[in-house]
Design a binder for this molecule. Structure first.
Ligand code: MN
Length: 734
């Protein structure tokens, strides 16, 4: 057959199922392929272009796909194997067709190595995920089918490798897409190269009994047809066939039987019009032959995950040979044979072209498969058109699946936490990428590591997409940063206690500590601080656990005080629940008043060493301001004369006070890092830190820190001032 004849046959085939196809475009694709494959030859010496035409023939003949698919099949090797580019195809044909061709090429570039089952499953998923358009995988399966049909000209090595790939990857995909016929062909041709001895044994055995078998098939077919006529049941077709070699092979293996011992060699099909008739025929078959117990399956009532529907029964023939009968309607039959592709046909609009509803069936198919063992796969397939997973290769060819949007950090931690913790950078497809690079399907990812790497940074927690990576990063902070975590956790716990009016010293080393630790899975306070520090536990929860004890303590203190001192005024008598802040606790001496409630103003956050002045609030005791606070300005003091009172720092100040700072600087990537490192080298506990960049390239870092006194605060401010780019460090007030 000449190339032209082969093409004419293709056109005839398409006319047979889709007279409205775009023959002008198909013709153009044919000539385009002929021109660009030029003198290229196949292994058997025939012009290369016979291959794409044959693939288009399969796409048309077996799958009845639309014009775009035929064109893409004709062009499927042009981008990969000729000087044609994606842009050329997009311009000459359409972006959709260019995407289909590029999609098929991408799948061809995926390299397989023999792997355990889990890897195979990942490869299948990856192929599906890469085929955004389901037509890509259908064309690829047609391509593989033709390659398998013409495999005899390849080297032994290539035959084995391709067959393995087909058996492990493409046949299962065809099965899951419900394409029974293609699946069988792929399995049988693969078996031929994978186990030639067994394949030949089966073939020879079937061949030697061909006449006997044919007679049996004809006899049973005839019996069934006769009975159906007799019973006036309309039917499309009754036919019998031998089971295909790979299914016989599997039975031999599974049941450790020789070819002669495998009885289940024959299958008959009865194709009828209606579902009701399926059940009528079943009754007739069971009347005609003796059914084998336990072999009836109703896949009409309960379709298989891949939408397969049929009634199956195995019966004993009159000559003592068992055989299977499958009963189904015409539509069920087409779906059984061509799966997803059959539905393509059913959903095609008047024009004969695929319509918007095309994917509807795909979705239905996928939803149907959800509660099966292939659930994972189907989930991927379902989202492949709306992907939420990404599949990438290690440099060795292992496939890993990660959530969509995953970064090299996720990949590194998926290998091992040690890889993630030592990661210094990453290469994708040979090029260095930033750590927040979003991985694409098929990317080859290489993680760069160093033994003296710094370990993960806190930012990684927000860059990583997978829970696995985030968990491992947190784990690292938990283990590696214990001293830091303890400090931070202690500060958080102290601050939280302060909210309920209890100093840390009332808890540490007291009964409260014992009570608290008894209620928690930590054996020491440091363990608890560490947990709070890395985020595994919260200060609020810790304080919550001793809430009742704290309440009791307050009541007790209040009672003690009322017993020893007269209540100074009505106001304090009416607020027994409000924690009393005595001068000794706050380190403030209020002139002329003892036991008065003292609080530090939020506007200027004074620390020991600052000049301070007190303001008598209505009902909340004395508020302490820095003398230089605008809220304590001369004008203010005049306005509210009589309410200002002298205060001073006592000798019993607390170990630290919360105060605020503002750092003004030129914006740089390192600013926050530099600020934090000053804080950590000066042993400064941080309560709050935020950085805001202004549009003109400057930034303000706002801090709330704990310092013992103004001297230490001055040191911190000086060091902050030394950071390059910092212009001003301020204590906000007013
Ligand atoms: Mn090809």
């Amino acid at each position: 057959m000449t190339v032209q004849e082969q093409y004419d046959h293709l056109v005839e085939t398409i006319k047979g199922y889709n007279p409205g196809a775009d023959f002008a475009m198909i013709d153009k694709a044919y000539h385009y392929a002929v021109e660009h494959h030029g003198e290229q030859k196949r292994k058997d010496g025939s012009p290369y272009v016979t291959h794409p035409i044959a693939v288009a023939q399969i796409v048309a003949d077996e799958l009845h796909l639309d014009s775009e698919s035929i064109v893409a099949a004709l062009l499927h090797d042009t981008i990969e194997d000729t000087d044609v580019t994606y842009e050329d195809v997009s311009r000459e044909f359409s972006p959709t067709i260019a995407n289909l061709v590029e999609g098929v090429s991408k799948l061809s570039r995926v390299v397989y190595t023999t792997k355990e089952e889990e890897q195979m499953e990942n490869l299948r998923k990856m192929l599906m995920a890469m085929s955004r358009d389901i037509r890509v995988i259908l064309i690829k399966i047609a391509d593989r089918t033709h390659n398998m049909r013409t495999m005899e000209y390849q080297s032994k090595e290539k035959q084995r490798q391709k067959s393995l790939e087909t058996m492990e990857i493409y046949a299962p995909i065809a099965h899951r897409l419900g394409m029974q016929r293609m699946k069988w062909e792929l399995e049988d041709t693969s078996l031929k190269y994978l186990d030639p001895v067994a394949y030949n044994e089966i073939e020879t055995s079937l061949e030697s009994k061909r006449e006997e078998y044919d007679a049996f098939l004809a006899r049973v077919t005839r019996q069934i047809e006769d009975r159906l006529h007799e019973m006036h049941i309309p039917f499309h077709r009754v036919y019998g066939r031998m089971k295909h070699p790979y299914s016989i092979y599997r039975k031999m293996f599974a049941q450790s039987k020789t070819m002669d011992e495998v009885l289940d060699l024959f299958a008959f099909r009865v194709i009828v019009d209606t579902v009701a008739d399926c059940y009528n025929v079943l009754g007739i078959i069971h009347d005609l032959y003796r059914p084998l117990p336990g072999r009836f399956k109703d896949y009409i009532g309960t379709p298989k995950p891949n939408m397969y529907q049929s009634l199956h029964t195995t019966v004993m023939g009159n000559s003592g040979i068992p055989f299977e009968v499958q009963i189904r309607t015409q539509e069920m039959h087409e779906i059984a044979e061509y799966g997803i592709a059959a539905h393509w046909k059913y959903k095609r609009g008047i024009s004969g072209e695929a319509s918007e509803g095309t994917y509807e069936w795909v979705r239905k198919l996928l939803e149907n498969q959800e509660n099966t063992d292939a659930e994972e796969f189907i989930h991927t397939l379902k989202v492949d058109m709306f992907a939420d997973e990404v599949f990438v290769f290690s440099p060795k060819g292992d496939v890993t699946n990660l959530p969509a949007g995953a970064t090299p950090i996720d990949f590194a931690y998926s290998i091992h936490s040690a890889v993630g913790n030592r990661m210094t950078g990453a290469k994708v497809n040979g090029r260095i990428v930033p750590l927040d690079y979003k991985l694409q399907n098929g990317d080859i990812v290489e993680i760069l590591t160093a033994n003296n790497a710094h370990g993960p940074s806190r930012d990684w927690l927000s860059i990583a997409k997978s829970t696995e990576a985030r968990g491992k990063i947190r784990q690292w902070f938990k283990r590696e940063k214990r001293p830091e975590n303890i400090v931070n956790g202690r500060a958080a716990f102290e601050a939280e206690l302060k909210h309920v009016g209890v100093p840390l010293s009332d808890v540490v080393g007291t009964e409260l500590e014992t009570t608290l630790l008894k209620k928690l899975p930590y054996s020491t306070m440091d363990d608890m601080y560490a947990a709070i520090g890395y985020g595994g536990f919260s200060a609020q929860k810790a304080v919550g656990r001793i809430h009742e004890e704290i309440q009791r303590l307050h009541r007790q203190r209040q009672a003690e005080k009322e017993a020893t001192e007269p209540v100074p005024d009505n106001a304090s008598a009416t607020r027994p629940a409000i924690p009393q802040r005595t001068k000794s606790e706050q380190g403030i001496i209020v002139e002329g008043l003892s036991n008065c409630l003292v609080k530090f103003s939020k506007c200027c956050t004074p620390v020991p060493g600052d000049d301070i002045v007190g303001f008598i609030t209505r009902g909340y005791g004395v508020s302490v301001h820095r003398c230089d606070c605008p809220n304590a300005s001369k004008e203010r003091r005049k306005e509210t004369e009589g309410r200002w009172i002298k205060v001073s720092w006592g000798s019993d100040v607390r170990e630290s006070y919360l105060t605020a700072l503002e750092v003004f600087a030129k914006d740089s990537a390192h600013l926050v890092l530099d600020v934090s490192s000053v804080l950590s080298t000066t042993n400064t506990r941080v309560k709050f830190l935020s950085a805001d960049a202004t549009s003109d390239g400057y930034a303000v870092v706002r801090l709330q820190i704990y310092v013992p006194d103004s001297a230490q605060l001055a040191t911190v401010m000086r060091k902050l001032n030394q950071i390059s780019g910092v212009m001003k460090v301020d204590r906000p007030a007013g």
